[in-house]
Ligand binder design. Structure first.
Ligand SMILES: NC(=O)c1ccc[n+]([C@@H]2O[C@H](COP(=O)([O-])OP(=O)(O)OC[C@H]3O[C@@H](n4cnc5c(N)ncnc54)[C@H](OP(=O)(O)O)[C@@H]3O)[C@@H](O)[C@H]2O)c1
Length: 231
């Protein structure tokens, strides 16, 4: 039977490419984003490649929007084999935890950390035993890496994503749902910029692997290039 994947923030970048690669492997993909026009354009593009795709309009930073999207999904009467929490922001103005406008911190936590909890919670009812939740994190959120002085709020709330992964992996063990974090590397997207060392195809490699081929016994672990990395 066709497997279904929902990817948040998948109207462009790593999310879109992950949807494309999973679609090519026979998944039914749900593209999702906060802007209907952008989502519709991406939906048209992915369908033009012959991929079985649908859409959900969802702003992950807004609980009401997440709940409406879950209600919309419930009307399809299908299960959700894989949820990929990909949507995130990295704000230009995010330069200092002490000097940032509080609004920068708030927007970043709402999208990058709370969004992951709220989407996982609202879509959990559709995820069957053997399902997977994949959280796109960053080495910027790894406590084991040196602090580089860039985008501190982004890094703090990506570290939050990593702890959310560990907590959810523990909570969902009895339901046989695996939960993992990954770092895609530095990828050429609107967020990563054009100087990034990896193309988007490479950036999607690990999320695609975690969504399809990775053993579920790896739940609760953090990956880059399909290899476990330290938190
Ligand atoms: N690129 C890198 O080098 C890199 C490195 C490490 C980790 N990552 C992580 O990889 C993931 C994808 O990043 P990317 O490089 O593909 O970024 P991107 O090109 O900026 O794409 C981000 C996506 O998230 C969506 N989004 C942002 N806020 C949202 C919200 N509130 N609700 C729903 N969707 C929202 C954006 O939608 P709009 O079009 O509406 O803005 C867009 O579709 C992120 O989690 C990022 O932190 C990226």
């Amino acid at each position: 039977m066709l497997k279904t994947v929902l990817i948040t923030g998948s109207n462009k970048g790593i999310g879109y490419e992950t949807a494309r690669q999973l679609g090519q492997r026979g998944f039914k993909v749900f593209l999702s984003g906060r802007n209907e026009v952008r989502v519709n354009q991406s939906l048209q593009k992915i369908r033009n490649e012959g991929i079985d795709a649908d859409k959900l309009i969802m702003d992950v930073s807004d609980l009401e929007s997440v709940q409406e999207a879950a209600f919309e999904f419930s009307k399809r009467n299908i299960k959700l084999d894989v949820l990929i929490n990909n949507a995130a922001i990295l704000l230009q103005e995010d330069r200092s935890l002490l000097c940032n406008d509080p609004n920068i911190i708030e927007r970043t936590i709402q999208t990058n950390s709370l969004g992951v909890i709220n989407v996982s919670k609202e879509f959990l009812k559709f995820i069957p035993k053997g399902g997977r939740i994949i959280n796109i994190s960053s080495s910027g959120g790894a406590m084991s890496d040196e602090v580089g002085g860039w985008s501190p709020a982004y890094c703090v709330y990506k570290a939050g994503v990593n702890m959310i992964t560990k907590q959810l992996a523990f909570e969902l063990l009895s339901k046989n749902i695996s939960v993992n974090s990954l770092c895609p590397g530095w990828v050429q997207t609107d967020m990563g910029g054009q100087s990034a060392t990896r193309n988007v195809k490479k950036g999607a490699e690990t999320p695609v692997w975690l969504a399809s081929d990775a053993p579920q016994s790896l739940t609760g672990k953090f990956f880059r290039d399909m290899k476990e990395i330290p938190w």
